[in-house]
Design a protein around this ligand. Structure first.
Ligand code: HCA
Length: 394
């Protein structure tokens, strides 16, 4: 394990010990991403892997949505996983019944609390919404569930009303209160402030559910944890409504590197990410942190030479740590050292001058907008004496 204490700023700024748990919502909010549907066997496969990684809570779905959805949640519940299994529920009893019928351990009872949502979506007054929420929390508790009460659009809700509602939820024996940053309006500073103030208002754990509309979901989740939020919500690859949610893989790496939280098995992240990419049909951006195909890819001659000597020069953490592999890319910026390394691995032992010639040819070929692959490189090597340059297509 790499020693990150070399980062002077961690030492100077401090990294408070965090008391957190992860609730992964890939199977629920992730599936709410337009166009994504997981089959029951796919949900199960993802849940098993989340469990292996050590995620504490898996939100397996929204049982009232359909028979197939409740069957899938039931199947996940029947596996005896270490993780607690949770389900989403509106603030209505029939949703709680549907979740109970699946055998979940936990339930996320939510209701929108912002004026915008109350007026344009629920068409309810605030007291009516509060009554529905509290009745449902009470009903779920009476049926033995661990209850998260979540205020949807909490971050655009009048803060005094919100704190009173959380306090009421606590009085109705909710086990957690949840801040849903439903449209991703927050930043790390506002999140830190909000969670700190809620902590003063209630004595039960706080959950943070972030959306990435400003690209701040990860930063906000960490800010919430630093302010004392316990349950942090994630999805694999950050899939979810609109711009998605906090990516599990990025949060776990930040927790490992900045907060020395070592209990999650990071080596399974790359496989899980690829699995979710294939099941969801949502491609992972190449430059995505942790799991993108470029996360450990190097092309520039300067970088490759340094990485071959000591990977930490350009890799914050090793590819092995997250179950990925390093790739040396051959292209316009490739240098002699990288070419020597690659050609030797391909079984060629070229002299220094041949490597320089090859480097020239590689540059000419790859001016056409993309890296060249090993087959193309092999052709270049085999034709070293009298070569017709192969121009890769677009
Ligand atoms: C939604 C609801 C929710 C609930 C979050 C939570 C949100 O919009 O589908 O469980 O805390 O983002 O508000 O996902």
């Amino acid at each position: 394990m790499q020693d990150y204490s070399v980062n002077q700023f961690l030492a100077l700024a401090g990294s408070p010990p965090l008391n957190i748990e992860i609730c992964d919502v890939t199977l629920r909010d992730g599936e709410q991403m337009p166009g994504v549907v997981f089959r029951a066997d796919e949900k199960l496969d993802i849940a098993l892997r989340l469990d292996e990684i050590g995620v504490e809570i898996i939100e397996a779905g929204f049982p009232v949505v359909s028979k197939a959805e409740s069957a899938a949640v039931r199947e996940v519940c029947s596996q005896g996983l270490k993780a607690k299994i949770s389900a989403l529920s509106r603030s209505v009893k029939k949703d709680v019944d549907a979740a109970l019928d699946c055998g979940v351990d936990m339930i996320s009872v939510f209701i929108a609390t912002s004026d915008l949502h109350l007026k344009h979506k629920l068409r309810m007054s605030c007291p009516e919404a509060i009554k529905c929420a509290l009745d449902t929390v009470e009903y779920a508790k009476d049926h033995g569930l661990i209850v998260r009460f979540s205020a949807e659009d909490a971050t655009r809700t009048d803060f005094e009303i919100l704190k009173k509602l959380y306090k009421k939820a606590e009085e109705y024996h909710a086990d957690y209160v949840s801040v849903a940053d439903t449209v991703g309006i927050m930043n790390p500073r506002t999140t830190y402030y909000m969670v700190s103030e809620i902590r003063k208002a209630v004595n039960i754990p706080i959950c943070m559910h972030c959306h990435d509309d400003l690209g701040l979901a990860l930063a906000n989740t960490i800010a919430a944890a630093e302010a004392g939020a316990k349950q942090l919500h994630t999805t694999v690859n950050g899939i979810g409504e609109r711009s998605g949610n906090t990516p599990l893989e990025e949060l776990l790496l930040a927790l490992r590197i900045h907060h020395q939280i070592e209990r999650y098995d990071l080596t399974k992240l790359k496989d899980l990410s690829q699995l979710v990419e294939s099941y969801s049909g949502i491609p992972i951006a190449r430059n995505k942190a942790v799991v993108g195909s470029n996360a450990f890819a190097h092309e520039s001659g300067i970088h490759v030479a340094a990485v071959l000597e000591e990977p930490r020069t350009y890799e914050l953490y090793s590819p092995e740590m997250v179950g990925a592999a390093r790739h040396i890319i051959i292209g316009k910026h490739t240098g002699a050292k990288a070419l020597k390394y690659i050609t030797e691995r391909m079984g060629y032992h070229l002299k220094d001058q041949e490597i320089c010639d090859l480097a020239e040819r590689v540059k000419m070929c790859s001016e056409f907008k993309r890296a060249i692959n090993c087959d193309e490189l092999r052709k270049l090597i085999l034709n070293m004496e009298n070569i017709d340059v192969i121009y890769p297509g677009p």
